[in-house]
Structure formats: structure tokens, C-alpha cells
Design a protein around this ligand. Structure first.
Ligand SMILES: [Zn+2]
Length: 161
């Protein structure tokens, strides 16, 4: 199912921010999940590595698998933060984006297909639709629109004009 489309800048920003803060983790309460999201966001904005962020979460919440959460979630949260940042200068989401992949032997067929389909540049909404169509259906979640498969390293990047 393609992601829902939003029409105003405020709706888009609110949706992107909600997607970051509403993430819930197994075996934790909502309040703890929200605190973990804040800690990941804080660590990312301080440019800390995953190990450092996981260590801080583990110290505060020894009962959660911090390393696993950080490993799985930072890429997704980073992608959503990129979306928020892009929306600042592209309020109506009319600019063109491409799917930036690392062309090495770990490149997955999924990401190669997304990159090929978006290579002339597509809008943010269209890119999300393409990702949803190409994603691994077993692991894809609409809450993580920029994560087509587990262990993904690709990111949305503005197309150079
Ligand atoms: Zn990928």
C-alpha cells in the first residue's frame, strides 16, 4: 500500500516528526520507547556512533536490547530526519530526489531497482511509493518509509540540478 500523501508543509513536517517519536519497542512501555527515541535523536545530532548511543541507553534501561534497537533504528530515524531537513527547503515536496546507494558487492537487488527507477529524479512522495513497491514485503513497515530491507545503507538525496 503506498504511503499516505500530505498536502501542506505543516502536515508533512508533523507526519515526519510523529514517525520519529511514535516508534515503539517490544517489551517496553510507551514512555520508555519515547525516551529511547529521544536518546537516539540526541546521539545522532551530537554525531555519536551507534556504540556510544547504545551504551547510554543500556545504562539507563538495562532490560532493553539497546544494541539491537540502535542498530535497527538509527538508519530509519536518520532517514526520517533527512526528510524533515529536506522539507525545510522543499515545503511543497516538489523537488527531485534520487536513491543513493553504495555500489559495492553488498548492494541488494532491491536497492539497485529503487535507484534505477528513481535515477532521473522523483518527488519525495513518489520515491516513497517506489520504495514501498520494491521493498521486502515481509519486513517493510509504513512507519519506516525509507527502509526497504533490513540492513539497508541507502539514503534519499536531492538530485543535483
Ligand atoms: Zn538497501
Amino acid at each position: 500500500m503506498p504511503p499516505k500523501t500530505f498536502h501542506t508543509r505543516a502536515q508533512r513536517l508533523a507526519a515526519a516528526r510523529r514517525a520519529i517519536f511514535n516508534r515503539a519497542y517490544d517489551k517496553t512501555t510507551r514512555a520508555i520507547s519515547e525516551d529511547i527515541n529521544r536518546m537516539i535523536l540526541g546521539g545522532l545530532s551530537r554525531k555519536e556512533g551507534n556504540a556510544k548511543i547504545a551504551e547510554r541507553i543500556e545504562k539507563k534501561y538495562p532490560e532493553v536490547s539497546a544494541a539491537r534497537i540502535v542498530r535497527n533504528e538509527t538508519h530509519s530515524i536518520e532517514s526520517l530526519m533527512r526528510e524533515v531537513n529536506f522539507l525545510e527547503s522543499d515545503p511543497n515536496a516538489m523537488m527531485l530526489y534520487v536513491w543513493q546507494v553504495v555500489r559495492d558487492k553488498r548492494l541488494t537487488p532491491i536497492c539497485k531497482r529503487i535507484a534505477d527507477r528513481a535515477k532521473s529524479g522523483v518527488t519525495m512522495d513518489r520515491l516513497k511509493e517506489i520504495i514501498a513497491e520494491e521493498a521486502n514485503a515481509r519486513t517493510y513497515r509504513a512507519a519506516n518509509p525509507y527502509v526497504p530491507h533490513i540492513g539497508c545503507r541507502s539514503v534519499m538525496r536531492r538530485k543535483y540540478q
